[in-house]
Design a protein around this ligand. Structure first.
Ligand code: FAD
Length: 471
């Protein structure tokens, strides 16, 4: 009997649920990745994620060959191509890992139906998170709406069983060699332009390996360093978690082991991995929140619209708001496809609460630009900042961008890296240069602030008042 493993957001050959189950079940196992035209055709030709994926596929193909198989790569519509390939190979089952995004679920349901019609089945497994769907519920049997009790329940439930790796190598002799595995195409072959990726990310699972080794040397300092964008504090593993070039079980096991050993940095980092699970189960239980406010009363808010609002949005996207920390953050995003977590909170708060713009506009821009874009986490982050989400920041808590800058980039090191035109200013004036050093700003090509924070703050409190009356 034959099986096909369909890789999607799990681009590695080790500790892989679907691959492991397929190898244990079938005598001959084929592997495929489909460069899905339903997704790719809508992307700009310069999208960096496509370059990341192709790199990751090359490493995956290499690893599968080393284990005795190889990767079939197709550039087509997945809903058509997957059943076609399954028929061509004569497989009885297609194995894959859950993807709980609404569009992915709809796609997989169509594929399952088609396979059924051909007499084959689709078998899907949890792989992307430690706990999914309804695995962690309250005593009353409902989903958690607050993070801390969710996290406590998560920590009570977790044990070696959930953190154990799938030993793919053990049954690797079932991997089939096939002439259909003809290597991975180049960007140009599928109509994309060359893209520059930060060399630190590395290629696929090998890049994740290097980043992880580097992070484990400083994980104990994570709690103290993670909030300062100029410091190498976080792991930078998000894109690898997004595309599954590293296993979440392995990361959670490492962090959990260190936490039990008394490492506070590892404990705080594990908390972030639990946030990731938290937002995934929010998406499962509340799919409406992927397009509307999680708390419906927030849909009554009237956001700024019109030509002036559009110009403000453009200034935000391009890093020209006149608020150096916001501009440096947006330029980091535009140049690298990454933004530090503290700055994601600052820029998201700025868009919604200083510019008065709908959080969905910012969410969509991040979705285009972030290499690590993940629907559940991005939506969770934006609805946290706009106060409309599950366990969100209260609406009357409004970040002051200048004090955030003074607190988290005190020396202005991060600002100078991405706003070189401000490099000559000292640590006192760089956070609010037009107010504090107007003379030094003469002749500097840097915009004046597009809004007055104090005025914007009052306007936001008034804008959100509608929530109080309905909530
Ligand atoms: P680390 O600090 O090393 O954290 C380790 C991992 O934990 C991350 O890689 C990520 O997988 C997970 N994680 C950390 N914080 C969160 C969080 N708040 N929610 C969910 N998971 C988390 N994260 C994404 O992966 N994709 C997104 O599209 C995304 N959009 C965001 C949008 C906004 C407005 C905000 C405020 C946050 C967003 N985040 C998103 C969460 C967080 O900012 C990133 O995960 C983090 O900055 C990635 O960097 P890192 O891997 O170095 O993080």
């Amino acid at each position: 009997d034959r099986a096909l493993v369909w890789f999607r957001r799990d681009l590695r050959a080790d500790d892989h649920a679907a691959l492991h189950h397929a190898l244990k079940t079938a005598r001959e196992v084929f592997c495929v990745f489909i460069l899905d035209r339903d997704i790719l055709d809508a992307l700009p030709r310069t999208d960096r994620r496509v370059a990341f994926i192709l790199d990751a596929l090359r490493v995956l193909d290499d690893d599968l060959r080393r284990l005795g198989g190889g990767l079939i790569v197709r550039h087509a519509r997945a809903v058509d191509e997957l059943p076609r390939l399954a028929a061509e190979l004569g497989v009885q089952a297609v194995f894959l890992n859950h993807d709980d995004e609404p569009q992915a679920l709809a796609r997989d349901a169509r594929v399952a139906e088609q396979l059924r019609a051909q007499g084959a089945e689709l078998r899907s497994f949890k792989d992307h998170v430690i706990f999914e769907r309804s695995e962690v519920l309250t005593a009353a049997g409902g989903p958690y709406g607050v993070f801390t009790p969710y996290k406590n329940a998560w920590l009570r439930k977790v044990n070696d069983f959930y953190l154990r790796s799938y030993p793919v190598e053990r049954h690797a002799d079932a991997l089939a060699k096939t002439l259909l595995a003809q290597g991975v195409p180049e960007l140009a072959d599928i109509g994309f332009e060359p893209a520059t990726l930060s060399p630190h990310l590395g290629q696929g699972s090998r890049g994740a390996e290097t980043l992880l080794a580097d992070f484990l040397d400083r994980i104990d300092a994570y709690d103290r360093q993670r909030d300062f964008p100029a410091v190498k504090g976080p792991s930078y593993l998000s894109v690898h978690l997004r595309f599954g070039t590293v296993s979440i079980r392995r990361l959670a096991r490492l962090a959990h082991g260190r936490m039990v050993g008394g490492d506070h940095g590892a404990e705080v980092w594990l908390s972030e991995l639990i946030w990731r699970d938290f937002y995934h189960q929010v998406m499962h239980h509340h799919p409406h929140a992927m397009t509307a406010a999680f708390r419906p009363e927030y849909d009554a808010i009237t956001w700024e619209t019109g030509a002036h609002a559009d110009a403000l949005f453009q200034a935000w996207c391009e890093g020209r708001t006149g608020f150096p920390i916001v501009d440096a953050a947006m330029r980091q995003l535009n140049q690298t496809g990454y933004m530090h977590n503290r700055l994601r909170m600052v820029t998201a708060s700025f868009l919604t609460k200083d510019l008065g713009l709908d959080w969905r506009r910012g969410e969509a821009y991040f979705a285009q630009q972030l290499l690590d874009f993940d629907l559940a986490a991005n939506n969770g982050g934006w609805q946290w900042a706009s106060s409309s989400g599950c366990d969100a920041q209260p609406y009357f808590r409004i970040f002051n961008p200048t004090s955030q800058s003074e607190k988290f980039d005190a020396e202005g090191r991060f600002i100078r890296r991405y706003c070189p035109e401000l490099a000559g200013l000292d640590a006192k004036t760089i956070h609010d240069p037009w107010a504090r050093a107007p003379l030094a700003m003469q002749g500097v090509d840097y915009p004046r602030p597009v809004v007055d924070h104090a005025v914007a703050r009052e306007r936001t409190l008034a804008r959100y008042a509608v929530v109080k009356s309905r909530g």
